[in-house]
Each structure stands twice: as C-alpha cells, then as structure tokens.
Ligand binder design. Structure first.
Ligand SMILES: NC(=O)c1ccc[n+]([C@@H]2O[C@H](COP(=O)([O-])OP(=O)(O)OC[C@H]3O[C@@H](n4cnc5c(N)ncnc54)[C@H](O)[C@@H]3O)[C@@H](O)[C@H]2O)c1
Length: 397
C-alpha cells in the first residue's frame, strides 16, 4: 500500500499547457519527475517554458538559484512510457479524449508497480470511466489543476466510486504538501468550479443576446458593481472561446441536457468562426482594432440588474451543488474564491443578501421566462422556509 512519505518519483504524462506546469510544481517540491509526451515539439517547448519560468522566479526573488537549479535537474524527459516503471504516482495531462485516456491508463497499469497511483487531470471526463480501463481501479483518481498550474493554488481532488480511501488520502496529502489548496469534489460533470461557474458565462451571454446590455456594459457591471476581477466576456476571451464553449457543451451533454447548462448559439458561432479570444486577436472583443468594441453604458440601475441576475444564478448553482453533495460547504466556498478568484464565497454572499431575496429573484426569473433554467434549488427553498443561513449549516450539510 502506498504512503505519502514514500511518494518520491512522480510521473507526468503529456507536457502541454497543463502537464508542463504540473511537472514544474512537482519538481520544485523536490520530487524526481519523469515526463513523457508523444510530441517532440511539446517537450522542447515545455523545457524552454519551465526554464524561463524558473529563471524569472529567481530574478523576482521567489526562488533561490539552488532551488530553481534543483527543480530543473529533477526533471527527466523520457522517450517511452517504460520510463514510468518506478513511479509512485503518475498524473496524466494528455488530450481530452476518453478512448485515448483509457488506452493510456491500461498501458500504464502494465508498466508500473502495484502501489503506483494513476491520476488524471481531465477537466470534463468521468474518473469512473477512465478507471474502468484498469484492473485495479481503486488506484485511479482525478487531480484537477487549473491553468496556469504553477500559479493557481486550487486543485480539485476527485475520487471515483471505485477509488480507495488510501488513494484519496495520499493524493490529497501529496498535493497539499506542494503548497496547493485542495478541495474534494464528487465525480460529476464539471466537478466544482466548472459546474458552479457556468452561469457567470451563460447568463451574461443570454442578457447580451436579449439586448439587455452590450458586452462592455455587462463586463463593467460585474467588475465595478460586483467586484469580480474580470467581466464574463473578458474572461471567456482570456480562457479561449474554444475551451469555454467545449466545457459548456460537455457539461450540458453529461448533465443529460438539463436546460440550466444549455450552451448558447452566440458562443457556438464564435467558436465556429474561430474567434477564440485573446490568443487569436478577436473574440467578444477585437484586440487589434479597439474602435470596433462597444463602450460601456455606466447606468447604475442597469448595472445592478445585470449583477443581481448573474449573482443569483451563481448562488443557486452553488446551493444546488451543496444540496447534491458535490462538495461540502467549505470546499465550495474555497473552490470559487481560490479557483476563479470570486470576491466572496457564493453561499456566504447568499447569507449577506438574504436567502429569501435570492429565492424570490430566482422565482421571478422562472415566472418571467417559464424556463427550467431558472428553477430554484430545493435547498434555497428549504432554507428560506426555515429562516436558515448557510453559516448556521456549516459543514453539517
Ligand atoms: N488547458 C486548460 O485550461 C486545462 C485546465 C485543467 C485541465 N485541463 C486538462 O488537462 C489535459 C491536458 O490539457 P492541455 O491544455 O495541457 O492540453 P495540451 O494540448 O496543451 O497538451 C496535451 C499534450 O499531450 C500530448 N499527448 C497527447 N496524446 C498523448 C499520448 N497518447 N501520449 C503522450 N502524450 C500525448 C500532446 O502532444 C500535448 O503536448 C486535458 O485532459 C484537459 O482537459 C486543461
């Protein structure tokens, strides 16, 4: 049986955007890290990026020269999967394709020792389905970093139905020891962050489609009146509309087409037109020709309406995630503040506003639109009826 203190050799499979960051974090924490990627270009780029990043950290006095040099020396770039044979844990970060991931997990299992934990960094696939490819599925777990993995502190740990308690404990302890903040999420579509955050994008797009306000006004309202670091459209352009659209589509399909997660035609068209956002120079905003962009209409009443509608939808989603035991209350709050930098935990925010007020807002939206998208969470209804607060629930729920 594996023990955290015995986890010395870490394998990282795939060294693209996520794998290279994860490898750097593990190597900086002092592990010997074996990295393999099927594409030579990715390996070359990962080496360059890690080198650059570590050097910059030294220049900014965030790391000593010795720690940075050790971290780089800890990285071993391998030529085949066989190099993983002495690994104690492997974190997979290859292409988001269930067939390929299952194939790779099967191959890994035939190479590694019995104690080795096999983790996936998948954003949207079920851990149970990845684990089903292995003979010993109790060693398989989700370890979901956020992009960029070196800088963002949150990591979601996702045990599947088949993951052992030991695998969960060791994985969580290990990632904690790397200085990350871990939360435990149920193996359900979007885990915590990618589920609870959906209305931040979806409701913003819906209001824009309805002509309620232009893009710049919605972003202005969420930043200036809501205290969010970025507006929804700025953030979608930053994440990439290709990635954001795909996550929305996947969560919707995996939720058996629950209308609450319905993607929008507007974003689909952007995706089809390859207007992915910042990385291509144009998305919701034009980054090359500023004059093509709309100006925010800074009307406080309109702004408050925008902010309230998106916030109530987010709170409803967080309450429902608690209701369905996707995570405990504390982890839900930590995930949204540390993973996507929300100014406050959504359930604490609900207490501040008043749960009855949020519920009323959701009921009004549902009545107005007649859509299931706006159905209030049963938890909000119960809490309003009993005059409860989330603070008083604590982690008992
Ligand atoms: N990009 C994000 O924002 C983000 C955030 C969290 C999780 N994820 C998840 O992390 C994983 C990787 O995403 P990414 O953004 O780093 O992708 P990426 O395309 O940047 O990197 C994937 C790498 O895997 C390599 N690869 C593909 N198939 C392989 C195989 N069979 N064997 C070895 N190497 C292989 C590719 O050559 C590539 O270098 C995905 O599961 C994704 O859902 C991505």
């Amino acid at each position: 049986m594996a023990k955290k203190e015995n986890l010395k050799v870490v394998g990282v499979l795939g060294c693209g955007a996520m794998g290279s960051g994860i490898a750097q974090v593990a190597a900086t924490a002092g592990h010997e890290v074996i990295v393999f990627d099927a594409n030579k270009e990715s390996v070359k780029k990962a080496k360059e990026n890690i080198h650059k990043f570590l050097n910059r950290a030294v220049e900014k006095n965030k790391l000593t020269r010795a720690t940075a040099d050790n971290a780089f020396a800890n990285l071993k770039f391998a030529r085949s999967l066989n190099a993983y044979k002495d690994c104690d844990i492997i974190i997979e970060a290859i292409v988001e394709d269930i067939n390929i991931k299952q194939e790779v997990f099967q191959s890994l299992e035939s190479i590694v020792g019995e104690h080795c934990i096999l983790a996936s960094n998948t954003s949207s696939l079920s851990i149970a389905s990845i684990a089903s490819a292995c003979n010993n599925s109790s060693r398989v777990i989700g370890i979901h970093f956020f992009n960029p993995a070196v800088l963002l502190p949150l990591v979601e740990i996702i045990p599947s139905l088949l993951t052992s308690e030991n695998t969960l404990k060791i994985s969580k302890d290990l990632i904690d020891s790397w200085g990350k903040i871990t939360v435990i999420a149920k193996d359900t579509p979007g885990f915590i962050v990618n589920r609870v955050a959906r209305p931040f994008y979806g409701e913003a797009i819906k209001m824009y489609e309805e002509g309620f306000a232009n893009i710049a006004t919605i972003d202005w309202a969420m930043k200036e009146l809501g205290g969010f670091k970025m507006g929804p459209f700025e953030l979608m352009d930053f994440i990439g509309n290709d990635i954001n659209y795909k996550v929305t589509e996947t969560v919707f399909a995996q939720m058996f087409y629950d209308p609450r997660y319905k993607p929008s035609i507007t974003q689909k068209r952007l995706y089809e037109a390859k207007l992915f956002g910042r990385k291509v120079g144009r998305g919701y905003y034009d980054y090359d020709v500023q004059s093509n962009n709309s100006e925010a209409i800074k009307d406080e009443e309109i702004g408050r309406g925008i902010f309230k509608r998106i916030l109530y939808m987010l709170i409803n989603e967080a309450a429902d995630a608690l209701f369905l035991n996707i995570a405990n209350l504390e982890d839900l709050e930590v995930a949204m503040t540390k993973g996507v930098n929300y100014p406050k935990g959504l359930l604490n925010w609900a207490d501040e506003i008043g749960i009855d007020k949020v519920l009323k807002g959701m009921e009004e939206l549902q009545k107005e639109y007649g859509e299931d998208r706006y159905r209030p969470s049963p938890l909000l209804k119960r809490m309003a009826r009993n005059n409860n607060t989330f603070a008083s629930l604590g982690n008992k729920n």
